[in-house]
Design a protein around this ligand. Structure first.
Ligand SMILES: *[C@@H]1O[C@H](CO)[C@@H](O)[C@H](O)[C@H]1NC(C)=O
Length: 221
């Protein structure tokens, strides 16, 4: 009986861990739908009835993003929210356009490892490891054709250090990797995080925190 209990606990724990990530697909595809009344199976999001699925459910045209903004970069995501055929399949993609000196600012994908390939221009990229690893910075200058990996959950960034525009394509290991831009999350939260928290966290005066909280913090996603 004790052994059985133990086994059940281990299994419960294992399934919790598994469910923290995209589930493995249970069928060839499971095209997401907006209105559950047209749905048949549940695996992640509701699935469209396979009889009604066609090639368009797996197709998307991606236009270049407009990087004329305060960051000089624009992310165009292709996740399950844009391409319903990705439902349950555990991957997504993003196109990132950079103006000269454009920055994709430090951010995290809570549910996805990212694989980036530069298709035009030159990018300075990097990620920072966790506290246990002493917050080491791994960085690199990437040229056309170079690829770089940003492990799941780690803070990373990309800066255009070339003379012209730059373009990169990112693959992500989740249909819904999520994005948390560090500065925006801390200084543009709704409602704002109290000054006491931010002044202590950053070891600066309240006036600096107030200044930071007044900035517009453009969201390039
Ligand atoms: C890009 O955005 C800028 C600023 O919002 C705007 O002035 C410009 O017309 C846009 N360009 C295109 C091609 O949409």
């Amino acid at each position: 009986m004790k052994t059985l209990h133990f086994l059940v606990s281990i299994l419960a724990l294992a399934s919790c861990v598994a469910f923290a990530y995209d589930p493995s697909p249970l069928q060839d595809f499971c095209v997401a739908i907006k209105d559950p009344k047209d749905g048949v199976f549940v695996n992640g999001k509701f699935c469209k009835d396979p009889i009604l699925v066609n090639a368009e459910d797996f197709f998307k045209h991606v236009e270049p993003g407009n990087a004329s903004n305060p960051l000089g970069s624009q992310v165009t995501p292709v996740t399950v929210d844009q391409l319903f055929g990705l439902n349950t399949l555990g991957i997504s993609l993003a196109r990132i356009d950079f103006a000269p000196k454009g920055l994709n600012p430090p951010h995290i994908h809570p549910r996805g490892t990212e694989f980036l390939i530069v298709v035009e221009g030159t990018l300075y990229v990097g990620f920072v490891t966790s506290n246990q690893d002493n917050n080491r910075l791994f960085s690199k200058v990437l040229n056309k054709g170079d690829v770089f990996v940003f492990p799941i959950g780690l803070i990373h960034f990309q800066l255009n250090v070339g003379y012209g525009n730059a373009v990169a394509i990112a693959g992500l290991s989740s249909q819904n990797p999520g994005v948390i831009t560090i500065a925006n999350a801390l200084f543009k939260s709704n409602p704002p995080i109290s000054d006491e928290v931010l002044t202590k966290a950053f070891q600066v005066d309240k006036s600096i925190i107030d200044y930071l909280q007044k900035q517009s913090w453009y969201d390039n996603n």
